[in-house]
Design a protein around this ligand. Structure first.
Ligand code: 13P
Length: 248
């Protein structure tokens, strides 16, 4: 059985002081959660968030990681730096990184290998744009992102994939639960063909894109959907908790 995982992606929101306040509100609301609960916070919030989540079931994530161990990479943050703070998860290849900061399947692959080498659990994002969807290229794009992004990966035990259709991110438009389930099924099948049935069966694949309290239950009821990567709705404790507690 795959344990569901609900992760908040705070993106570039919340100062360290605001992070502490949000975590304090969140802790009691999610303490009996069935899914694994993760918050992926800005780098400058990591230390304060680590302290704030102490003794709770909330796990700490970052939003990116450098591909090199150390050196002349201005603006980057290494896996060792993240590990020392107590980071467990790291988002890699979010569509905003791909769109605004030039991330490619190749850089995603490099960061992924580094995360795995250093013992960070990667949440790797894939997803098509509206243009690609309208041109009926969704599966082709996903195939490229998965085969190139996961090139030379042999062990998927610690990996989570987040399927985030770019047109659904921050737009209020959600893929229908059936649609999301079908597309995630395509990704799972691709993993099965490439890496084998056991890998595909155990791999957790989240949906992301305008997931909110009102649609979480329906999405989470789908056979292939193992969780959510939540943007906007993760910035309010009650909304994020309502998603985490979708069954209640
Ligand atoms: P929203 O939930 O705000 O649409 O963002 C989704 C996302 O990009 C999570 O990584």
């Amino acid at each position: 059985m795959r344990k569901p995982i609900i992760a908040g992606n705070w993106k570039m929101n919340k100062t360290a002081a605001e992070a502490e306040k949000l975590i304090d509100e969140l802790k009691p609301l999610v303490k009996k959660s069935k899914p694994e609960v993760v918050v992926c916070v800005p780098y400058t919030d990591l230390a304060a968030t680590k302290k704030a989540i102490e003794g709770s079931n909330i796990k700490l994530g970052a939003q990116n990681v450098a591909w090199a161990d150390s050196g002349a990479f201005t603006g980057e943050i290494s896996a060792e730096m993240l590990k020392e703070i107590g980071v467990e998860y790291v988002i890699i290849g979010h569509s905003e990184r791909r769109t605004y900061f030039g991330e490619t399947d190749e850089s995603v692959n490099l960061r992924l290998h580094q995360a795995l080498k250093c013992g960070l659990k990667p949440i790797v994002c894939v997803g098509e744009t509206l243009f690609e969807r309208e041109k009926k290229r969704t599966n082709k794009v996903l195939k490229r992102q998965v085969l190139e992004g996961f090139k030379d990966v042999t062990d998927f035990t610690d990996i989570v994939i987040a399927y985030e259709p770019v047109w659904a991110i921050g737009t209020g438009k959600t893929a229908t639960a059936e649609d999301a389930n079908k597309t995630i099924g395509y990704i799972r099948n691709l993993v099965k063909k490439t890496w084998g049935a056991d890998t595909a069966k155990n791999l957790r694949i989240q949906y992301g894109g305008s997931m909110k309290p009102s649609n979480a239950k329906e999405l989470m009821a789908m056979r292939n959907i193992d969780g959510g990567l939540i943007g906007g709705a993760s910035l309010k404790a009650e909304d994020f908790a309502a998603i985490v507690n979708y069954k209640d």
